[in-house]
Design a protein around this ligand. Structure first.
Ligand SMILES: Cc1cc2nc3c(=O)[nH]c(=O)nc-3n(C[C@H](O)[C@H](O)[C@H](O)COP(=O)(O)O)c2cc1C
Length: 146
């Protein structure tokens, strides 16, 4: 069974709503296992076929935990090549973080799905639908690979 990780950080719950929608979309595919989590050890990233990262923007940055996670994965030479990756996140005004995540995923060798999905503050239904569609799309791509 192919596995998707939806990993997110969320201080006030907005990116969390998006993460749940992404995970629900992916889970609608019966061939796929989906884990939704806010923490993972770098070594465990290797267990997944796709990793979708939910990152709000704080002080123009992604959360330091994500930076550390990907730096550790790189330093430990954890092989993430050709996994599917994407990003999403809530923001207030500048919203740089999801694209910054995408750039890191590319450097790590992921096949990324762009553009990342962004929602201003609390995601509206349109944004949640886009998140569910992202989950479905990633799941479909993994099913097609089998
Ligand atoms: C201290 C602080 C700094 C922030 N900095 C930014 C920023 O640089 N750019 C931006 O677009 N939004 C910024 N925001 C807005 C958050 O990204 C926004 O509230 C978002 O919905 C938070 O998502 P979350 O509920 O998933 O934590 C900031 C919010 C706070 C409280």
């Amino acid at each position: 069974m192919r596995k998707i990780l939806v990993i997110y950080y969320s201080r006030s719950g907005n990116t969390e709503k998006m993460a749940k929608a992404v995970a629900e979309g992916a889970k609608s595919n019966p061939n796929i296992t989906v884990d939704l989590s806010y923490h993972i050890e770098a070594e465990d990233l290797a267990n997944y076929d796709a990793i979708i990262v939910g990152s709000p923007t704080y002080h123009t940055q992604m959360p330091i935990d994500f930076k550390n996670l990907f730096e550790e994965a790189s330093a430990k030479r954890i092989n993430l090549k050709d996994k599917i990756g994407s990003a999403f996140g809530s923001y207030g005004w500048s919203g740089e973080a999801p694209q910054a995540v995408i750039e890191i995923l590319k450097k790590l060798g992921f096949q990324v799905i762009e553009p990342p999905i962004r929602a201003k503050y609390s995601p509206d239904q349109k944004a949640l639908d886009e998140c569910a569609d992202l989950g479905k799309k990633v799941a479909r791509q993994l099913s097609d690979k089998q």
